[in-house]
Write a protein that binds this ligand. Structure first.
Ligand code: IMP
Length: 183
C-alpha cells in the first residue's frame, strides 16, 4: 500500500519508497566495499527489519548469509516498554563470523544495547550495526552505529516495516502517524 491508500492516517510522508530505495543502494555499496573479501552474516531483527533486510541484501553485490532474531520491545503503544527478551534466537553459530545487525529503527537504543552485549558474548569476528532510521536519543548515546539510513525527528513513524499495533508495515513510504490514530 502507499500513502494514498491510508488517507488521513499520516500527518506527513517523511520518505517516499524511491528515496528509501536510493539510500539503501548507497548503504549496500558501502557495506559491499567495507566487507570485501569477507563472508558476511546479516542478522535481521524481526519483525520490523524484514523490508530493510530484503531490500538491502538484494541491493548488495556480495554473497551474504541471513539469519533472524526476534526481541520484544514495544507492545501496542508508542513508548518503549523497557522489557527486552529474546523471543526467537539465531540458528547460526556466530563465533568467528563477521556479523552485521540489520535494524529498522533505533529509538532509545535499549533494544540495540541488549542485542550488542548478547551477540558479543558469542565471540563474533566482528559486529557491525546498520539501521534504516535513527531517532535523536539514539544518536546521542554511545552505541556506535556504522550505517544509518536516515536520522529522523523524535516522532512516531510507520511504514517500510514499522508498525503501529501491527498495521502499516506494508506501507511503501515512511511517514509520521497522525495522533488521532492512537489517541
Ligand atoms: P528502542 O529500544 O527504544 O531503540 O526501540 C527500538 C524498537 O522500537 C524498534 O525496533 C521498533 O520495533 C520500535 N520503535 C521505535 N520507534 C518506533 C517508531 O517510530 N515506529 C514504530 N516502531 C518504533
Amino acid at each position: 500500500m502507499d500513502d494514498r491508500d491510508i488517507t488521513g492516517d499520516l500527518d506527513r510522508v517523511l520518505y517516499s519508497a524511491d528515496e528509501v530505495a536510493a539510500r539503501l543502494a548507497e548503504l549496500a555499496a558501502q557495506i559491499d566495499a567495507d566487507y570485501a573479501g569477507k563472508e558476511l552474516l546479516l542478522v535481521g531483527v524481526l519483525n520490523g527489519a524484514v523490508m530493510v533486510m530484503a531490500d538491502l541484501s538484494r541491493a548488495m553485490k556480495s554473497h551474504v548469509q541471513m539469519d533472524w532474531m526476534a526481541i520484544s520491545s514495544y507492545g501496542s503503544g508508542t513508548q518503549s516498554s523497557g522489557v527486552v527478551r529474546i523471543l526467537k534466537d539465531l540458528t547460526t553459530d556466530i563465533s568467528g563470523r563477521h556479523v552485521l545487525v540489520v535494524e529498522d529503527i533505533i529509538d532509545t537504543g535499549l533494544t540495540l544495547s541488549y542485542l550488542i552485549s548478547n551477540l558479543l558474548s558469542r565471540n563474533p569476528a566482528s559486529l557491525g550495526i546498520m539501521t534504516m532510521f535513527r531517532k535523536p536519543e539514539a544518536a546521542r548515546n554511545a552505541v556506535e552505529v556504522g550505517y544509518v539510513g536516515f536520522d529522523i525527528p523524535n516522532e512516531f513513524v510507520v511504514g517500510y516495516g514499522l508498525d503501529y499495533d501491527g498495521r502499516y508495515r506494508n506501507l511503501t513510504s515512511v511517514g509520521t502517524l497522525s495522533k488521532h490514530v492512537y489517541s
